[in-house]
Design a protein around this ligand. Structure first.
Ligand code: 6GU
Length: 260
């Protein structure tokens, strides 16, 4: 899979991309992550990616011309010079029309925004099946509405709270998607047993030592009775889900099990 990330803070991703399983997946060629600095598509001396909102109001808005030019570049593997300043019409790349254009056919392109639909494991599974993902990180008070119309195939939020930009959400999505790619997790079963995959939160886990500050391990786990262990884990998972995420069980309010 190839993932392109468009951001004004490419340096933010150094940690997440160079750590642990994501780093290993990249080294093995399971995923090709490419970072792009949105300022490479700006047209002015100050390289500005934002401007004041039409109609007035507080805060700044991310410019649609910069984001559309960046998306068309990355979709079509064109250098910034081919699409910078093409707000009025798609880039003219020597006769042949670009394969992907804003508002037309385009790779799966996620714009991160608190107004998007929440990132769930169901969406992560869906995205893990794509050949390409383009992730667009918003900043400032918001993004020009025409970017949502012309660039986004998906609008995604990390949850019901406000961040300063989409970078954390993009890093979360990369990590969630990459761990589902073939060959990335050592033990395929561990992906299926995780919280959410069965519509429940994960049961408690224990490892050595057998006693920790006076707390022992539930005897069933050392009984050798596999059926009893499975029943105990199922009961604890249901108990925990009922206590902290009842919406996963009864379908009221939050995403139901089939949506998680
Ligand atoms: Cl994707 N962006 C911002 N700015 N805030 C958020 C978010 C995204 N998801 C939750 N809060």
């Amino acid at each position: 899979m190839r993932i392109d990330v468009l951001t004004i803070f490419p340096g933010y991703f150094a940690g997440p991309l160079d750590t642990s399983l994501v780093a290993t997946a990249r080294a093995r060629g399971a995923v090709d992550v490419r970072l792009h600095d949105l300022r490479d598509w700006t047209t002015d001396r100050h390289r500005s990616v934002d401007d004041a909102p039409y109609g007035g109001g507080a805060g700044m808005v991310m410019r649609g011309d910069v984001l559309v030019a960046a998306a068309e570049s990355v979709w079509n593997d064109l250098p910034p010079s081919a699409t910078v300043g093409t707000a009025g019409a798609p880039a003219d790349v020597g006769g042949a029309p670009p394969r992907y254009v804003a508002g037309g056919a385009r790779p799966r392109t996620v714009v991160f925004t608190p107004r998007g639909r929440p990132l769930t494991q169901a969406l992560v599974r869906e995205l893990a099946d794509e050949d390409r993902l383009v992730l667009v990180c918003g900043r400032y008070e918001g993004i020009d509405e025409r970017v949502h119309e012309l660039v986004a195939t998906d609008e995604v939020s990390l949850g019901d709270y406000v961040l300063m930009g989409g970078e954390v959400a993009a890093a979360a999505m990369v990590e969630a998607v990459v761990r589902l790619l073939p060959g990335v997790l050592g033990n395929a079963a561990s992906a299926a047993e995780e919280s959410f995959e069965g519509g429940l939160l994960e049961h408690p886990l224990y490892t050595r030592p057998p006693e920790l500050r006076g707390r022992t391990v539930p005897p069933v786990l050392t009984s050798g009775d596999h059926a009893a262990v499975a029943a105990w884990r199922r009961a604890r998972a249901e108990e925990r889900t009922r206590a902290v995420r009842p919406d996963l069980l009864d379908g009221t309010g939050g995403a139901g099990p089939e949506e998680v």
